[in-house]
Design a protein around this ligand. Structure first.
Ligand SMILES: [Ca+2]
Ligand SMILES: [Ca+2]
Ligand SMILES: [Ca+2]
Length: 329
């Protein structure tokens, strides 16, 4: 019994680097209500080795003493049936843990999924600013969002929330030289558009984070990008970092410069381009991409990158459906 508990503990601790999700104290089964079943969940976790239905150890720490113990089950029962003390906040509504401890809460399905800020460290030791939405428990499919030149991780509107609502773990970040991330050191910022030692290294940091132990399913990662982000999404497919991608306004010459290789070996990509905006590259890239792949040319449109998502809202649902099918989720 102790061995099983230790294994579970190691599983939860491995995800301790993740941002913490808002939760409800005592609601060990994450059904948004404190009931006898929550006490039973705590006991089953401690003595039978059952995983917590909520996946959130902080929620099971009903008395907020920093440990999940028999006393937490007793505390829940005391509150419910014997007029015992009210569990500490967050109890009246979803919230964060005010008291620091080592109990991880990577995901809590009964609370609204919120953006949790995070800092990625690149292989060349830059800090990149971003945020994370735990739309599902550890091991769910993961989606990385890559913005375009002179934009940042805020360009997406509520698309990250729409993706997280599919049960996916979503990571958006700002490339070096953009948003709150460290500056680009390769010269004039426009050089980042073709520098293989710049933005691709940033995407690698995001992939490494998302495929780390206890985060997303390493075999079900997708990248969605606009303009340079689209080129990086294609690069992620070339390098087998991602099983699926959506590339809005890609450019072949920039992909080949960033990847330092021919644009070949891609699979599972949905391409988009405005008819009046370099649509030829999207078409030829799609021909070179193994199934599943699609290309959508927006007639009489010069929309580029994020403008496609903003001006053609139906694109969002199409991308979700494409990723769902390509990721098998
Ligand atoms: Ca409950
Ligand atoms: Ca406790
Ligand atoms: Ca605590």
């Amino acid at each position: 019994m102790r061995l099983i508990t230790a294994a579970l503990w190691a599983f939860f601790c491995s995800s301790a680097a993740l941002p913490a999700a808002p939760f409800l104290r005592g609601d060990a089964d994450a059904n948004r209500s404190l009931e006898i079943t929550d006490a039973i969940q705590v006991l089953a976790f401690l003595f039978v080795g059952e995983p917590l239905a909520s996946g959130c150890l902080d929620a099971a720490d009903a008395d907020d003493n920093g440990h999940v113990q028999l006393t937490d089950a007793v505390y829940i029962l005391g509150y419910l049936f014997r007029g015992g003390p009210t569990p500490p906040e967050p109890f009246e509504g979803c919230g964060d843990d005010d008291t620091l401890d080592d109990l991880p809460c990577p995901y809590f399905k009964a609370c609204k999924i919120e953006r949790e800020g995070l800092i990625l460290t690149t292989p060349d030791d830059l800090k990149l600013s971003g945020y994370y939405l735990a739309g599902g428990p550890p091991g769910s499919p993961g989606v990385i969002l890559v913005h375009q030149y002179l934009q940042d991780d805020q360009q997406w509107g509520d698309f990250p929330e729409e993706l997280a609502a599919q049960g996916w773990i979503v990571l958006a970040f700002s490339l070096r030289g953009h948003g709150e991330s460290d500056p680009y050191t390769g010269g004039d910022l426009s050089k980042i558009l073709t520098d293989p030692r710049g933005a691709p290294v940033d995407l690698e940091a995001a992939v490494t984070f998302l495929t780390g132990e206890g985060v997303a399913d390493t075999n079900r990662v997708a990248v969605v990008g606009t303009s340079i982000g689209a080129n990086l999404a294609v690069l992620a497919s070339i390098r087998k970092w991602a099983r699926a991608a959506a590339a809005l306004s890609p450019r072949t010459s920039a992909i080949e410069a960033l990847a330092a290789t021919k644009a070949q070996g891609m699979a599972g990509i949905a391409y988009y381009a405005g008819e009046l905006d370099n649509a030829g590259d999207a078409k030829s890239l799609e021909e070179a991409t193994a199934d599943p792949s699609t290309v959508t040319i927006l007639s009489a449109s010069s929309d580029h990158g994020i403008a496609i998502l903003r001006n053609r809202p139906e694109t969002r649902g199409e991308i979700v459906e494409f990723l769902r099918s390509a990721l098998g989720s």
